[in-house]
Write a protein that binds this ligand. Structure first.
Ligand SMILES: C[S@@+](CC[C@H](N)C(=O)[O-])C[C@H]1O[C@@H](n2cnc3c(N)ncnc32)[C@H](O)[C@@H]1O
Length: 337
């Protein structure tokens, strides 16, 4: 006798409908400074509440929720940061990245309007908001990009052939973090960061604080219109092709090709779909939606099409190189003959 099929279980739907609560727990604890408060060892809920200017019982429940999410562990009636929280969410730690994660919180209103994007095809959030129009949001965006870029930036010079290179053009370079990392690790290299003026106002602070202002120049402009100049032997286009149409990507690659000397290397670093079908990996699907929500022409491209466009504009030896996980970026590299 065959068993009757089980009726569908709504557990998946419940989990999806309530998933935002987990994000809210992380964001609230970060906003209240819980993790920095616990930096020196475990404390009970009353102490944490008092130091964070909060109420004890809701704080206790928040701390319990943090424990349930793996952000805190319980110890002697108190709460302790887990190692990942200690590394990334305690102010003053070298890998502090709370601004980077906060940017995900800033995007929640746009994600809450996902249906409106799908209906109209237009981003619910004006893209210029974080590119200079709103000073506070622009600042938060640039610092988020900076924190996100530090990890990749420190390994990039080891993943590509930068030894002996003299001039880097960092197109849509945002906080200039990659430029600073590359210059720091490559004797004799200087860099030019091209980005919109409102973003570069914040970049200035970061580059000055890095101590490399004498080797990193800022070039305000629109990368689609501003001439790139010439005489570069490295061109980096990181995390910006996903804002652009295929035609604009080809234009940017053509401009990079013209700006490079023979032997020059172009590096496109981005989140890509695996192939032209644009179905995998799931991270790229979410990322493409994220870009449609926050930019006029945004989406994610396939690494196969980026490689093809490079070939079409004249780059040779085109290769792809995935960055170590959990970094979702892949490098597509090409050389000017
Ligand atoms: C996601 S950020 C990437 C920043 C940096 N390259 C990185 O990988 O961390 C994209 C950058 O492109 C810049 N951008 C967007 N449109 C631009 C344009 N038309 N001209 C110049 N920069 C632009 C933005 O201001 C932003 O800094």
């Amino acid at each position: 006798m065959t068993e009757a099929p089980r009726p569908p279980n709504p557990a998946l739907l419940m989990q999806l409908a309530l998933a935002y609560r987990s994000s809210a727990v992380l964001f609230a604890a970060a906003e209240l400074d819980v993790f920095t408060t616990l930096a020196n060892g475990p404390l009970g809920a009353g102490d944490v509440a008092a130091r964070c200017g909060a109420q004890t019982e809701p704080m206790r429940l928040l701390l319990e929720a943090c424990a349930a999410e793996g952000l805190l562990s319980r110890e002697n009636g108190g709460y302790r940061n887990t190692p990942v929280v200690d590394a990334f969410l305690v102010k003053g730690r070298p890998a502090y990245s709370a601004n980077g994660f906060k940017y995900a919180e800033d995007l929640y209103p746009a994600w809450g309007d996902l249906a409106s994007l799908v209906r109209s095809g237009r981003p619910p959030m004006p893209p210029e908001t974080i590119l200079g129009d709103d000073k506070d949001k622009t600042r938060a965006f640039v610092y988020a990009m900076h924190e996100r870029a530090r990890g990749i930036g420190s390994v990039l010079p080891h993943l590509i052939d930068v030894k002996g290179r003299r001039r880097l053009l960092d197109v849509g370079g945002g906080p200039g973090t990659y430029s600073v990392c590359m210059v720091e690790q490559t004797p004799g290299l200087t860099a030019t960061v091209l980005d919109v003026p409102g973003v570069l106002d914040v970049t200035r602070e970061l580059v000055d604080a890095s101590g490399y202002a004498d080797r990193v120049t800022l070039m305000p402009g629109d990368y689609l219109k501003t001439p790139f100049g010439s005489g570069y032997d490295l061109a980096l286009l990181s995390g910006m092709m996903h804002r652009e149409t295929p035609d604009s990507c080809r234009l940017l690659l053509r401009k990079a090709h013209a700006a490079l000397d023979p032997g020059g290397l172009v590096i496109v670093s981005d989140v890509f779909f695996d192939d032209d079908g644009k179905t995998t990996p799931p991270f790229a699907v979410y990322f493409a939606l994220n870009m449609m929500l926050t930019s006029a022409e945004g989406s994610a491209h396939a690494r196969t099409e980026m490689a093809r466009w490079m070939g079409e504009v004249g780059f040779v030896d085109v290769q792809t190189n995935e960055l170590p996980k959990p970094n979702p970026h892949t490098l597509v590299l090409g050389t000017k003959r």
